[in-house]
Design a protein around this ligand. Sequence first.
Ligand SMILES: NC(=O)C1=CN([C@@H]2O[C@H](COP(=O)(O)OP(=O)(O)OC[C@H]3O[C@@H](n4cnc5c(N)ncnc54)[C@H](OP(=O)(O)O)[C@@H]3O)[C@@H](O)[C@H]2O)C=CC1
Ligand SMILES: O=C(CO)COP(=O)(O)O
Length: 347
Amino acid sequence: MKISVIGTGSFGTSLAMVLVDNGHDVHIYGRNKAVVDEINTQHTNNSYLKDVFIPESVKAVSSMEDSIQHAEVVVLAVPVKAMRKVTQELHQHLKVMGKKVLLVHVAKGLELDSHLRVSEIISEETNEETVKDICVLSGPSHAEEVARKAPTTVSAASVGPDGAKIIQDVFMNQYFRVYHNDDMTGVEIGGALKNIIALAIGVLHGLNFGDNAKAAIITRGLQEIARLGTRMGADPLTFLGLTGMGDLIVTATSMHSRNYRCGIMLAEGRSVEEAQKEMGMVVEGVNTTRAAYELATQYKVEMPITEVLYKYLFEDISQEEAFYALMMREKTGETDDLKEVLQQQYK
Ligand SMILES: NC(=O)C1=CN([C@@H]2O[C@H](COP(=O)(O)OP(=O)(O)OC[C@H]3O[C@@H](n4cnc5c(N)ncnc54)[C@H](OP(=O)(O)O)[C@@H]3O)[C@@H](O)[C@H]2O)C=CC1
Ligand SMILES: O=C(CO)COP(=O)(O)O
């Protein structure tokens, strides 16, 4: 199959490598000419994936138009904040070419202000003239490990009935196992919101709060993700799967995670801006914390960890105040809110 990957960052590059391994004809589009040249001539992308050899069959181009010229599937591997602009441009090119493609995005976050999920942004900027279906591929999948063919499992979901299974076939191989899931909302919400919890755990790690606290934030974090997600229409079971618990574990426990590392830098005293700049790669959890905090208010869902992290990031509350706000919250039962979620879903 002819496939175009949009974005020469860490995940776009590693997914292009999976796709050429599967025998597809892959073009990867990058706006940075130096990165495109490095991929084509050195067969590396050292700013994003250190010490990885990229097969010569991955062809990088610096024109989006050229990259999608003959593509049947387009993989969108850019940060959420770039998604609307990139999708607008893609739609215009496809319209002029009179072409229709299957779109799959891999971004994990929510748009600031609109609070939209990524598939909703894409749907606003495209139509059935240019797009066959909109899909998402998500799950525990650090680019660094995918690039070295370490065993990885992810899940695909789609807006329409067929896209997810096509994407499953396109990506699946012996080291990259793909499931399908019919809960687009749950898959996207789990992938987006786990970044908030990973950022919070990074802060805890940096402050040396210990493993008990990390386990607490992972467990209670998953519950608040499920609480908001279910109110937004997701299936609660999705949050126990790869795109929920799975991605939360990998992001909140690994030094590969930019969100986790960003949290550590914040605990060491860097500002949010300094930490993001030093990372040099996207930290989706920062904007997603703001969007999720606003959504929690809108849906009247309790999300204490998100709320405290929001105040820590944007309102400068102290570590002591953050700690006190979580530990001395009003007493609750451990599973009361989950029972409510499940009763609503399965009544
Ligand atoms: N890295 C990972 O392990 C995983 C990441 N993801 C998700 O995938 C998404 C992308 O992440 P990742 O690849 O890691 O991010 P990186 O920061 O590594 O790379 C982002 C890429 O997007 C490009 N880009 C940004 N804005 C634009 C634009 N307007 N037009 C064209 N290209 C643009 C950047 O180009 P430039 O170099 O010019 O800045 C860069 O190539 C995120 O939402 C992330 O959460 C999902 C699973 C795993
Ligand atoms: O989503 C990821 C792994 O599944 C990557 O997380 P980070 O963006 O925190 O690196």
